[in-house]
Design a protein around this ligand. Sequence first.
Ligand SMILES: Cc1cc2nc3c(=O)[nH]c(=O)nc-3n(C[C@H](O)[C@H](O)[C@H](O)COP(=O)(O)OP(=O)(O)OC[C@H]3O[C@@H](n4cnc5c(N)ncnc54)[C@H](O)[C@@H]3O)c2cc1C
Ligand code: FES
Length: 510
Amino acid sequence: MSEATTAGPAEGKPLSLWLATAGATDFPQLQGTVEVDVAVIGGGIAGLTAALALKRSGRSVAVLEAGRVGTGVTGHTTGKVTSLHRLAYTALERSHGADAAGIYGKANQAAVEHVARVVAAEDISCGFRRVANYTFAGSEDALPQVRAEAELATRLGLPAAFTADVPLPFPVAGAVRFDDQAQIHAVQYLQGIAARVDGGGSFVFEGTRAVGLQDGPSVRVAAGNGTVLAAEAIVATNVPFGDHGRLGALCPPHRSYIVAAALDAPPLDATFISADEPMRSLLTAQLNGVTYLLTGGGGHPAAEHVDPAPRFASLAAYAHSRFGAGPVAYRWSTQDAMPSDGLPYVGPLNPDNRHAFVITALRKWGLTNGTAAALMLTDLLNGTPNEWAPLFDSNRAPLLPGPAAAGHTTADSTPDGLENSPDDVARQMADLALGDGKVIDAAGTSMACYRDQAGDIHAVSAICTHLGCTVGFNREDRTWDCPCHGSRFTVDGKVIQGPATEDLPPHPAP
Ligand SMILES: Cc1cc2nc3c(=O)[nH]c(=O)nc-3n(C[C@H](O)[C@H](O)[C@H](O)COP(=O)(O)OP(=O)(O)OC[C@H]3O[C@@H](n4cnc5c(N)ncnc54)[C@H](O)[C@@H]3O)c2cc1C
Ligand code: FES
């Protein structure tokens, strides 16, 4: 079955349910110089989990978050906290062997328990619920894959079983079930962690984008109006900066879509993902007295230009036909870095770095992969042996070639070798609809042009400030997105998501 290809305007508010229902945070911007043991760059699941674990182990930390904590990829997640990652064990055994699959499972299962412990020990109110998690075969075709995953996961010592008894309101062929997994309101979880990190000689700074990192006997992180001096630094910005694009090239971003619609039923005690294509990821949650069904899927490499409306419509149709869900209340999409060899990267930022570390490529399972990675780095920085860390070593040789990154251009720019005349440029600008954007090549440079609702043109350079790829227009979010390593910019060129740390400069009118 393929994704729907036609749809009217997408329903619902274009906003993550989690961000819509979380309170606000108000940590200050960094001003001046702060000295701590560890600088943590990025206030998502990876960075904040590491910051709290390091603080609880006796280290002082400063978290630098470009926006608000929890509003990055983690604020747009589905919310499953589980070591069952669809059919990951079968794939990992094939590519890396059974031992590696077992370590991946141990690390992620320990991460589930770490989240549970943090919620209890730190008394964080975040809708944490123990649920079973299922990968189901919607058809007989997918049944052998599901059986194989259940058998392998059981052999690896994970809390797995094959079952034909799947608590979905429509018939399926069978499933692998992991017991005692969990779900959370990830934004509330991170806000709770941030509140506990801040204070007692440790800090959380918001609205503070790190723009430079110098490794040496100690680390110096430059950010806006201030500097953090630290013994060590962790770059947990989802896609890192400061690695010269090495990791970004091995882990291309992949985008997915979620709709949340009200259900006239209590939440289920389980979360689900289909083994069949098109993949569907399902979770229910009760928020402000309403039960919402989250339906996710429609994923594609972020480099592909895709109209999101049919993706959202297809998810909404599934929620309605399979669960009787009402109209879509919220819809959103986000992207995560996907490692070409299936394993996150955790360890030194660059092979020669001694004090700068990285967490990236959480492969759309970052609530546990990011938690496990944070625990690995906490051990590494504290000199404690960690049995999982060698598998995830950020300096490992790539198992599979990464995609070529540099020189990528988006579909709507002028083909190589063709130069637009001034008249062509003027015509293309005039043809831009209200609220639409296009990359137009003019006088040897690429211009990212957006026409706002008042009809005014906003023109910025289309050359991504990370490593020089050409950005493309995202019509759903009205942003300029880079296909290479996932940087995203507003229509006025301001960085929304790294690895870029510098804005797209304004482009002079041609
Ligand atoms: C649609 C979708 C659904 C998903 N569902 C699940 C799920 O159910 N369960 C699961 O385990 N995983 C899920 N994932 C994956 C998971 O959400 C991510 O892997 C995880 O949230 C990534 O966390 P992070 O800390 O790497 O990134 P982020 O949450 O993005 O945190 C990085 C932070 O760094 C900040 N930052 C960036 N650059 C700078 C800079 N230069 N200076 C300062 N700050 C900076 C950003 O603002 C951001 O807040 C899903 C992913 C997708 C795409
Ligand atoms: S070139 Fe790397 S994100 Fe744009």
